[in-house]
Design a protein around this ligand. Structure first.
Ligand code: GAL
Length: 694
């Protein structure tokens, strides 16, 4: 949590907003450097681009933000040409005035470094700072993310602008923190980056003999006799090469970020956090690698076409929370609609509010809309906003006003609270990449596999963490690893220790097949866990049609993929068997489990249909002693607990299409409506916020 302030102060902040605005209006910039009330614990924000508007318009925008209880603007992340109009000529005065103007409306600023959008003079004079795509084409000015993430000259410019911003604003009391760049994504395949990759491999493998052996380059005469021969492959290449390219990309994004982070940290107050805005399930780099240097994780949460899928979105929140193991920010989210989906439908009336509370329920301490108002020209004219091109509120503004009022009301109850779970799902970029490069069944999507477990497990347990396979697991009663395809020795040791210490480990399909070089393990799946399991995968089968299964979880269908399991140890129990299908699978074990001391290990060789997965989830939760956070609720109602030292806040969101009544296990404080209650009525998209003292 970045907000460590006392609830009392927050209440004071809210009740004194008008007074403090009046006082702030009288402050000179020098006085303002020393006086800032603490920000509200749950922040409503918006992306604001003052550089796109005449200064005479700022007051009207900020007043409208203030009216909606918006207390944060993210500013600056694409404004390089305004900050440095020509090489070495800087102008930060307008930014200082924008921060001060926002502060006068009780609005804090998060500053974005502008490096996702280099100015034209820079890339014209230093074309090597432009990235090159895999086909060898150099990017041009006119869009964004055209920079080369590995280029030393670009690093020099990025560091310079970040340092100058930090020197200017690192002690500004209204600057809460920093967002480095914007949505790291595009990489470069130019010869200099390739040379860096080769050096990186040398540092990792030491000798070519070692690399050749571990990548089995005798295959197709791939053997390298000089480091400079090693190519870049990003889609179809040697699996060892592919995996290492993605690790190099991840390390390069980390150093790209560090380059700016170091100069910000050296010049900014420690209270100013440093983050970057990530993209949920995006797998263009290993987010655990990049997040380790940040103070706070943040992501940009867009539905795109259709409507909020609470499982997919909830899991992405939990994934992001897992990057730092603490509450996070939703740095961008859609005000109704986006402009980049096939059909940019709007979220329903009430759905934006439900989504905002869903964010907070999963541990977001800030929800920030992208964007306040569309630039009058530029690529995103059609994107959803909170005010129209005429500068007056769009219909959604009133729903956002309601969110603002509710965040202000619930802030004191939510301050210092965070989700906390007895169940973890393991997530690994190595495994997702490895499966995606060789899906073997085109429909085998590793994220869908994770969500197929997450959905029913979350509905029963009402809280899930998503963490890396090497994370500390001791707090969990149940750890589920769907598709843990690449299993490093360190991760295997972690999992074995977890089971030996009494935990229940559930492995899903394709787990333990690959080693840390993305090569095949010499033991069958699950590789180093075979002995602990007392069983193994004899053979896997990609499926054109589902196959039947039956057993203790009931009868159902296995989809996409089947693994024929065998049991070696006498104490292994068969949970499900295959029915009649291809002959090989008929009557064979499909899911097995074994008690190991106080712990347990289970292997699920099927991708169960929804009903069967629900039964499997129920079994996993029961056999592991996991208790639901609140207790049974009607289907479609999501329960999101946030725990404090002396109380728990339950956020309830009704994602079903009809009104639902939730009976509470005991009387609780109704945070939004006041009073104490034993049950809550929720219309479709309705939200309840309940607080229970311990
Ligand atoms: C994000 C990006 C924003 C804006 C938004 C539109 O990916 O960070 O700058 O383009 O998408 O949905």
């Amino acid at each position: 949590m970045i907000h460590t302030t006392q609830p009392k102060l927050h209440r004071l902040f809210h009740s004194c907003t008008t007074l403090s605005v009046a006082i702030l209006l009288l402050l000179t910039p020098a006085m303002a450097q020393t006086a800032a009330s603490p920000p509200p614990p749950i922040l409503l924000g918006t992306a604001w681009y003052p550089e796109q508007w005449p200064e005479s318009r700022w007051e009207a925008d900020l007043a409208l933000m203030q009216k909606a209880d918006i207390h944060m603007v993210r500013v600056g992340e694409f404004a390089w040409s305004r900050m440095e109009p020509s090489e070495g000529q800087y102008d930060f005065d307008w930014l200082e005035r924008a921060i001060a103007a926002a502060a006068r409306h009780g609005i804090y600023t998060v500053l974005g470094t502008p490096t996702a959008a280099p100015p034209a003079w820079l890339t014209q004079k230093y074309p090597e700072t432009l990235r090159v795509d895999e086909q060898g084409h150099r990017a041009e000015h006119g869009n964004r993310q055209q920079f080369n993430f590995a280029n030393p000259k670009y690093h020099e410019f990025a560091r310079d602008i970040a340092e100058r911003m930090a020197k200017r604003f690192g002690h500004n009391p209204y600057v809460l923190g920093w967002q480095i760049d914007n949505e790291y994504a595009e990489v470069s395949f130019d010869p200099a980056t390739r040379a860096q990759f080769q050096q990186w491999l040398k540092a990792r493998y030491d000798t070519l003999d070692n690399l050749n052996a571990r990548w089995t380059t005798a295959y197709w005469s791939q053997t390298y006799s000089d480091w400079s021969q090693i190519p870049i492959e990003s889609t179809y290449g040697n699996p060892g090469l592919l995996l290492n390219w993605m690790r190099f990309v991840s390390d390069t994004w980390r150093s790209y970020q560090k380059n700016q982070l170091e100069v910000i940290r050296a010049n900014a107050d420690a209270r100013q956090f440093i983050t970057t805005n990530m993209m949920g399930w995006f797998d263009g780099f290993d987010h655990y690698t990049v997040a380790q240097d940040l103070d706070l994780a943040a992501w940009d949460d867009y539905v795109g076409q259709g409507h909020l899928d609470p499982a997919k979105n909830g899991a992405a929140h939990d994934l992001t929370r897992g990057f730092k193991g603490k509450n996070f920010w939703v740095m961008e989210t859609q005000p109704g609609s986006v402009n980049w989906a096939d059909i940019n439908n709007s979220l329903d009336k009430g759905e934006v509010r439900a989504m905002a509370w869903h964010d907070v329920g999963h541990g977001a301490d800030t929800v920030s809309y992208w964007q306040w108002r569309s630039a009058l020209n530029g690529q995103e004219e059609y994107h959803g906003t909170l005010v129209g091109p005429d500068g007056t509120p769009v219909p959604l503004y009133s729903e956002v006003e309601q969110i603002g009022r509710e965040f202000a009301k619930a802030g004191p109850a939510l301050v210092g609270t965070t989700p906390n779970s007895e169940v973890a799902i393991l997530h690994s970029y190595d495994s997702r990449w490895a499966i995606n490069w060789q899906r073997h069944n085109k429909d085998y999507d590793p994220v869908k596999e994770i969500i197929s477990y997450y959905g029913p497990l979350r509905a029963i347990s009402q809280s899930i963490d998503i963490v890396a396979p090497t994370a500390s697991l001791s707090q969990y009663k149940l750890v589920v690893a769907p598709g843990l395809n690449v299993l490093s020795e360190a991760a295997a040791r972690n999992l074995i220790a977890y089971v030996r210490q009494g935990g229940h480990l559930v492995l899903g399909q394709r787990s333990g097949m690959k080693n840390n070089d993305n090569g095949l393990q010499t033991q069958r799946q699950p590789g180093p866990l075979v002995d602990l399991l007392g069983g193994r995968v004899e053979q896997y089968y990609a499926l054109v049609h589902p196959v039947p299964v039956e057993g203790g979880w009931g009868s159902g269908q296995d989809q996409l993929w089947a693994e024929l399991l065998s049991t070696k140890a006498a104490d292994v129990q068969v949970l499900e068997r295959y029915g009649k299908s291809n002959g090989w699978l008929d009557g064979q074990p499909a899911a097995i489990t074994r008690q190991v001391g106080k712990g347990r290990i289970t292997y699920i060789g099927i991708w169960p249909d929804d009903q069967l997965m629900s039964a499997a989830a129920k079994w996993m939760v029961e056999v592991s002693g996991v208790k639901p956070a609140l207790g049974p609720v009607p289907q479609g109602v999501e329960v999101d607990p946030r725990y404090g030292n002396h109380h728990t806040v339950f956020i309830l969101v009704n994602f079903s299409k009809s009104q639902q009544t939730v009976s509470l296990p005991s009387a609780m404080q109704d945070v939004l409506n006041g009073g104490s209650t034993n049950s809550v009525n929720l219309p479709a998209y309705g939200v309840g916020v309940l607080s229970q003292q311990h």
